[in-house]
Design a protein around this ligand. Structure first.
Ligand SMILES: Cc1cc2nc3c(=O)[nH]c(=O)nc-3n(C[C@H](O)[C@H](O)[C@H](O)COP(=O)(O)OP(=O)(O)OC[C@H]3O[C@@H](n4cnc5c(N)ncnc54)[C@H](O)[C@@H]3O)c2cc1C
Length: 385
């Protein structure tokens, strides 16, 4: 049976990135991806903020559909726009994911496409055996970079099944909308998307990613039903091209490692629980695991150091994101309308170069003292990265 220093399951951004980094350090890496063509059939709105990946990855022009210049925040009846040049991008993930995968191959990782991992044996004699549809392989470290299904995490006992509050059900279409700007449009409100939000992200030439994420513990209706209602009420011209339903983790997971196993990206449920954004978290968790392996080698100490650092930094921010999500899901439409009125008054068409969450919450409480209780819940415990 062939042996590798590391076996990575999943060739999305997390798996490709860690494979590239570790192979570049001279480790023998096997990257197993069940899709035949990396980059195909991706469920994502493709938004990425520039600040989130600074120092981790330089974004190439060909990965970008649209460079963003700001965001528009809407309640059910009104909205405001904040201008923030250089805030980030709407990516073309077909190209982004494929290039990251090819980068792993270039760095020396052995890759299998169209191959699924279907069982992982208990850790024994310092190794695990991974069985795939193309045979069995052994390694002292299996990295679970396998996205929302979390096969590696579930198989090794690190992940439990999701509860309803721990994910957003999503529905998204790539569509022609005629909207041709450089603004990420968000729509918030219980009547629009209970516990979540809807988005219209520009893809260029009048095309957009139009989608919605909802908390199914708050409603019996599906994301698709809310999506159809959203499109009817808020999008003038809508010609869908391809649509899909999916899920995004909106939870906090602190158990990222076990004997001979580590979880990264969505495979470890490391997305921001508030926004559901996870591209940066996928890249950063992979980078963090790589730096620990580079420092300590492939050993328990490296894995523990990775888990500890994640929980101390991004994990702590995700605790805050979870709290923010729990606050948002309790706000009624009337309160959302008032928050957006506050935004119109203070931020509409203003140019900013940083989002100061604490300052915004503090002035919001000053304006609306009745929001003191949820506001104070948000002021606690955010780790500034
Ligand atoms: C509708 C929607 C909109 C989103 N919008 C945004 C956004 O705008 N910005 C943002 O930052 N994030 C967004 N996200 C989240 C983002 O898509 C993910 O966080 C990101 O893709 C995580 O990357 P990953 O590499 O961890 O996992 P994935 O990209 O899911 O990659 C996992 C890979 O593992 C493979 N795999 C799974 N099981 C196996 C197996 N058993 N054997 C072999 N291979 C396997 C899969 O085929 C897949 O290629 C969105 C998610 C959804 C659903």
């Amino acid at each position: 049976m062939k042996r590798y220093d590391v076996i990575v399951i999943g060739g999305g951004p997390a798996g490709s990135f860690i494979s590239k980094l570790l192979a570049g350090e001279g480790f023998s890496v096997l990257l197993v991806e069940k899709k035949r063509y990396p980059g195909e059939n991706i469920h994502c709105a493709e938004g990425l903020s520039s600040a989130s990946i600074e120092g981790i990855l330089r974004i190439k022009d060909r990965w970008v559909s649209v460079e963003l210049k700001g965001a528009e925040i809407n309640s059910p009846s009104k909205g405001f726009t904040v201008l923030y040049p250089g805030v980030g991008w709407i990516l073309d993930r077909r190209i982004f994911d494929r290039d990251l995968f090819l980068g792993a191959v270039q760095s020396g990782a052995e890759c299998l496409t169209g191959v699924a991992a279907n069982s992982i044996e208990e850790y024994s004699d310092g190794e695990r055996v991974v069985r795939t549809t193309a045979g069995s392989f052994r390694s002292p470290l299996v990295v679970g970079a396998d996205g929302v299904p979390g096969f590696v995490g579930r198989e090794t006992g690190l992940l439990k099944p999701f509860t309803l509050k721990e994910f957003h059900q999503t529905y998204q279409c790539l569509a022609y909308t005629g909207i041709d700007d450089q603004i990420a449009h968000f729509y918030v409100g219980r009547s629009i998307a209970p516990g979540g939000y809807a988005w219209v992200f520009p893809k260029g030439d009048g095309f957009s990613n139009v989608g919605i994420g909802i908390d199914r513990s708050l409603t019996r209706r599906s994301a698709k039903v809310y999506f159809e209602q959203f499109v009817k009420n808020y999008i003038n011209s809508f010609r869908p091209i391809s649509c899909s339903g999916s899920a995004v983790p909106t939870t906090v997971n602190r158990r990222l490692v076990g004997e001979g196993v580590a979880l990264v990206g969505d495979g470890g449920r490391l997305t921001d629980p508030f926004s559901g954004g996870g591209i940066a978290h996928a890249l950063i968790s992979s980078y963090m695991l790589y730096t620990k392996i580079k420092e300590h080698g492939i050993c328990n100490r490296a894995l523990k150091a990775y888990e500890k650092e994640w929980n101390r930094t991004y994990g702590r921010n995700n605790n805050w994101g979870w709290r923010a999500k729990m606050v948002l899901r309790e706000l009624d439409d009337n309160t959302i309308e008032r928050i957006v009125e506050f935004g119109i008054k203070n931020y509409h068409r203003k140019v900013i170069d940083e989002i100061k969450v604490y300052d915004i919450i503090k002035s919001l409480i000053r304006e609306y003292p009745d929001l003191m209780k949820p506001g104070l819940r948000l002021l606690r415990g955010r780790y500034d990265l």
